[in-house]
Design a protein around this ligand. Structure first.
Ligand SMILES: [Ca+2]
Length: 165
């Protein structure tokens, strides 16, 4: 049974509609690593979020801070497909806006190919991080895409070899 997409996300505790993009921002409190973060967004019919302006960045930062009292640092959809290659948004949008924290991206240890938004700080600056960190997740979901319910998303996936144990 399909639910109404807008109705579903409007009632979801960790979702909010972003007027700037026409998409919902959906949070998952904890993912075991980048692959789990990526998979969660895909299973609910979206992507890890892409961010294209200071206003969007602030909107997301404020939403995370409103949901988690201490704020939380969270995976966004900016990635390097290979070490030292350029940054790309997972959803295919152009990389035009950036909000790195001072001295970032520093690619510490040469293994920082994912990015977190540091919402424990009001500025919501970005930091490149390794793929194995436990983090909150920021997804974007557009209602024209077929809705998958959270119940479907939580079903174990037989074909997922990278899932958290
Ligand atoms: Ca870093």
């Amino acid at each position: 049974m399909k639910k109404d997409c807008h109705g579903y996300w409007n009632q979801h505790e960790y979702a909010t509609y972003n007027n700037l993009t026409g998409k919902y921002i959906v949070l998952q409190k904890v993912a075991e690593n980048f692959v789990a973060a990526h998979d969660y967004c895909q299973k609910i019919g979206g992507f890890l979020v892409s961010i294209h302006s200071e206003e969007e960045n602030k909107f997301i930062t404020d939403f995370i801070r409103s949901k988690f009292s201490t704020g939380s640092d969270a995976y966004i959809g900016l990635v390097r497909v290979e070490a030292n290659s350029s940054w790309i948004w997972e959803d295919g949008q152009s990389f035009t806006y950036e909000n790195w924290n001072p001295t970032e991206p520093n690619n510490a240890g040469g293994i920082e190919n994912s990015v977190e938004i540091v919402a424990t700080g009001e500025h919501g600056g970005w930091n490149d991080i390794p793929n194995h960190f436990v983090k909150t997740v920021v997804c974007q979901v557009q209602c024209s895409i077929e809705l998958k319910t959270e119940a479907q998303a939580e079903k174990p996936q037989e074909d997922s070899s990278e899932g958290p144990q």
